[in-house]
Design a protein around this ligand. Sequence first.
Ligand code: B12
Ligand code: SF4
Length: 515
Amino acid sequence: MKIVLISTLKEPTNQGLRILSSILKNANYNVTMVFMTSNKSYNKGELEQLGLICKNCDLVGLSSFSEDTIKTIQIIDFLKKKVKNIVWGGVHATLYPEDCIKHCDIVCVGEGEDVILDLVKTIEKNKSIDNIKNLWIKKEGTIIKNPIRNMIDKLDNIPFPDFKIETHFILKKEKIQKFKEEDLNGQIRFMTGRGCPYGCGYCSNNVFNKLYRGKRRCVLRYHSINYIINFLSYLKNKFSSVECLEISDDSFSFRPLPEIKEFSERYKKEVGIKFYCSVDAITLVEEKVKLLSDAGCHMITSGIQSSEKINREIYNRNITDKQVLNCAKILNKFKENLSANYDVITCNPYEKPEDIINLINLLRKLPKPYRLAVSGLIFFPGTDITNMALRDNLIKKEDLFLDFDYSSDNGKYLLMRKKNLYLNLIVTLMRGISVGNKIGSIHDSWFDYLLDERRVKKNLRNPSSVILFIRFWMIYNFIKYKIIKKIYENLPKSFKEGYMKVRLKDKIVYNSKQN
Ligand code: B12
Ligand code: SF4
């Protein structure tokens, strides 16, 4: 059987699909992987090239995030008449099978490891696929919704993700080409565990946790340190250009201290490339950061998201401002070698002005240097916040998979959400690097002026000057991200490192992959 697995993510990385590829290859199936990386819809030529790769294949498997929905549907529509079986899986298919099934006759909900093998074997035997667990199947106008199987308990039983890039293709500059080591961009990502017990109201884990209730032994599952080190050593030996690892676990600090100790000691000796990871303020302790920093961790990201009240009451995140500040204090102790990143969410329609002011004041208390990422609240299908906002008529169904470039479309997003525009703009302008006497683009001394009660009220009541500012700022961002950044990316690495050292006089660690 010939199988083609296609990722429509913008980056040529997809651990889930790579695992499915390994599973099928281990069962002796002929698998080709194609990374259809693109920021925009595909053109006819790109689809035709994909059509040639999929010619005479028995099954196409697609994997996407919600933001890749339009591109994924384009591929399905194009291949529909050429390929008999097309299955759509991944995070978006799991969150929103009701919509995916309108476009694709087979949709995989949840983890796909056992499903893909069942599906391929059943097709091979020419039997009915109607009863395969996790699959939704559209047949003669009806939809069969099969139940979910249990979650995989022992992650170590899963084979290593497929990095045999000789059988992979990538879309680059409108051409589908053989995947080369350089397409990894010097970086690998690996999720060493799965699951997050918090299930915050806006996050995909909120949906996974509901979906798998009663279908798993525990929410958090880990690969053993042995598995992780063996896999990473294999990649390091295979790809000499890889110089950075992202541990993509939702929170690496979920792991108990003895495991982090074992990981750090072995990683330093056996892998030894710089890495970064995310943590959560509840499980982070100083000893964990020390071990990770000693092992080569040079950047840690922690989610703040909102002020304590909104985190608790709207997002169902039981994280206190005290825990946030404590986490920041710990990270700051390692500032010589480690940069601290924080994430916050803006444009939440349930926030009141005082909630946003509380968030701004919390961010002002974080010890510098740090980097702040600010994203507009994305309404992922199926999450509690989305269901609540749909019920309250605050969003429309069309808002569920906005085709946005979240990194540079902040202005567009702010204008679209409208509510509390002035305060959300201040939070957005705080994004970026905070060092010396600045938080992002705002000077410390400006906050009293900006947050003056009368000024806040006036600008919230009549946001016309705020709108004008945002429009100019969008033009500035367009020039910065679409023109200057592109030129900067092509400059020699030594120049960029020198420039960043001068720019960040304070001791924030420069990470070339993040700039
Ligand atoms: C690593 C990661 C990334 C990495 C790489 C992605 C990757 N998949 O390798 C990078 C950094 C590129 C990334 C980027 C973004 N990410 Co991200 N990311 C993750 C993260 C932390 C882990 C993904 C992962 O590796 N999972 C492990 C694998 C094994 O699981 P899986 O991919 O779901 O695959 C399984 C099943 O889904 C299924 N399956 C998958 N594909 C297929 C296909 C078929 C045919 C079948 C049958 C089954 C199947 O089987 C797999 C094995 O069980 C998740 C959070 C999470 N907990 O999953 C967020 C997550 C996927 N990201 C998310 C988002 C929003 C983004 C960004 C848009 C963020 C932003 N604001 O910019 C960007 C995308 C922009 C861009 N430029 O690409 C959201 C997506 C939500 C959604 N509804 O789409 C998630 C879920 C986090 C969240 N907020 O809830 N991300
Ligand atoms: S802590 Fe992070 S990963 Fe876990 S549910 Fe909340 S947002 Fe998602």
